[in-house]
Design a protein around this ligand. Sequence first.
Ligand SMILES: Cc1cc2nc3c(=O)[nH]c(=O)nc-3n(C[C@H](O)[C@H](O)[C@H](O)COP(=O)(O)O)c2cc1C
Length: 201
Amino acid sequence: MNEDVQTQTPKNPSDWVRQILTEAQAKIQPNPWAMILATADKEGKPSSRTVLLKQFDEAGFVFFTNSQSRKGRHLADNPFASLTFYLPTIKKQIQVEGKVAMISPSESDDYWQTRPRESQIGAWASAQSRKIPDDEEFEERYGGFEKRFADSESIPRPAHWNGYRLVPTQIEIWMEGVHRLHRRYSYLRKNGSWCVSRLFP
Ligand SMILES: Cc1cc2nc3c(=O)[nH]c(=O)nc-3n(C[C@H](O)[C@H](O)[C@H](O)COP(=O)(O)O)c2cc1C
């Protein structure tokens, strides 16, 4: 580890990530907190897709999805995953690696209750990542759940719709530099504290 870096860069990457996410929120539209989530199946075969970051703090990065989707099945078999935020407008990238765990049902309920009713019905209607047998199937399913919940003031969260938290063990921040002299700061969590190194770009 380079001692220099410790004096010039934040010791804790969470503070820096928070700063970058706040900057992204101010300058990027739409979806400033879109991130690429890479997972792998039990044989290690990878796949990736965009999801939205919904909460971030010292504990990790929280997103929501269908647990029966491909990514949900991957995470049930293999909790290791990575996240990448590509933020061209602010000339930065954040890469995160770690282990993913489902958040508690009450935490998922709290976020579920903030979602618009239409999105809640959509979550019931979408068998995410499964084949749709014909064009009308999704709309018909949506209509069916609309009817089912017509008399319910609040719609319950389906058991298959959950929040997940990636707890980071590695965070890398990349900043664009002139003449391709980009800067990379790699943070590694060891025994509960973070060590930072500079990497060649
Ligand atoms: C901008 C954007 C945001 C998205 N956000 C989410 C999300 O937060 N949760 C989710 O399950 N899918 C989200 N999706 C859809 C996923 O990219 C993906 O198509 C879906 O989750 C199925 O992925 P899977 O079959 O690999 O599980 C988003 C797609 C886009 C383009």
